[in-house]
Design a protein around this ligand. Structure first.
Ligand code: GRG
Length: 296
């Protein structure tokens, strides 16, 4: 029997192999946009969202091979969001995962197009008849719709909009939580829900996945803020860069590191408790702990 670490590594290899298959290099005149997208797609992401999609699909009796186009699609959407988030007109970041950001290597216009290419390729991948052969068409429609909705104005893009609009405001904790639930939580929840939909999960199972991933998503974001506040983190912005812009509100700024750490611990416990009584949910319990203690 595989350990959870082995299962995790197996998921990573499966996702990487399939991303290479669904998003290959193509010798066309405009290949630079593909090269730029691949630079970020294969740049060391943790693959959190596709792993959740595959594991919820497996947990509720689905076939993970059939879920792979959806898992890869959600990683493409996530990668597009990071490329665009790093742009000078957004967060203006120079480093991501310890490497220069996409626009630093390829230029701003190409980075915008690389993000657009990945967003579009996600839908191409989920809706290519060759990739979804043998899946109930209604499951395909529901899973793709769930992912699309979470990526748009009612989810991730909406959260980014609120974040941009509120950058100079001293918001209360619940408003900051709401922004991050949309910005980061939506796609994490959609990954879990899409996995459930493809498995044919029932309403109770969908609700378990929703509850688990909402708690996990918030804990994940707070952990990100803690790592960002750590000046030893190579991706942390130089405080001098921020001197002329107003202070961005983070959980660390509102609550301090210690309270953030205990909040992560209690959210992680809640996430794990959402799974109580679900047979075979050990990997998700392990994964919640792994993410709560992550260093990258
Ligand atoms: C630009 C449309 C648009 C949206 C951007 C999600 C998002 C909205 C921006 C990301 C900014 C950010 C760093 C948020 C913190 C939490 C988060 C999503 C971190 C990055 O996700 P990981 O850790 O990334 O899963 P890896 O590197 O593992 O792929």
């Amino acid at each position: 029997m595989m350990t959870f670490e082995e299962q995790y590594n197996k998921y990573i290899s499966l996702i990487d192999e399939n991303l290479e298959y669904y998003f290959p290099s193509v010798p066309i005149a405009q290949a630079r946009v593909i090269d730029a997208a691949q630079y970020s797609l294969f740049g060391g992401g943790k693959r959190v969202r596709p792993i959740l999609l595959l594991e919820f699909c497996r947990l509720f009796g689905g076939d993970i091979e059939k879920a792979l186009p959806f898992a890869c699609a959600i990683e493409m959407i996530h990668t597009y969001s990071l490329i665009h988030d790093d742009l000078p007109s957004m967060d203006d970041d120079d480093l991501r995962r310890g490497r220069p950001t996409n626009h630093k290597i390829f230029g701003e216009a190409t980075a915008v197009l690389a993000g657009d290419t990945l967003l579009t390729a996600a839908f191409e991948t989920m809706l290519d008849p060759d990739n979804i052969e043998g899946i109930d068409p209604m499951k395909v429609i529901k899973a793709a719709h769930c992912i699309a909705w979470a990526a748009g104005a009612f989810g991730m893009v909406g959260g980014q909009m609120l974040d941009i609009d509120s950058e100079c405001d001293a918001l209360p904790l619940d408003a900051v939580t709401e922004i991050h639930n949309l910005k980061t939580g939506s796609l994490i929840c959609a990954a879990s829900q899409a996995g459930c939909i493809l498995a044919g999960a029932d309403v109770d199972q969908l609700s378990v996945a929703h509850s688990y991933s909402q708690k996990l998503g918030l804990a994940f974001q707070i952990r990100d803020d803690i790592m960002d506040a750590d000046s030893d983190n190579p991706d942390s912005a130089d405080p001098a860069d921020d001197a002329e812009v107003c202070d961005k509100l983070t959980f660390v700024k509102i609550m301090g590191i210690e309270k953030c750490s205990s909040y992560i611990a209690s959210l992680t416990e809640d996430a794990k408790n959402s799974l109580s009584g679900i047979e075979g949910s050990g990997f998700l319990t392990w994964f919640a702990d792994k993410l709560a203690h992550r260093e990258r």
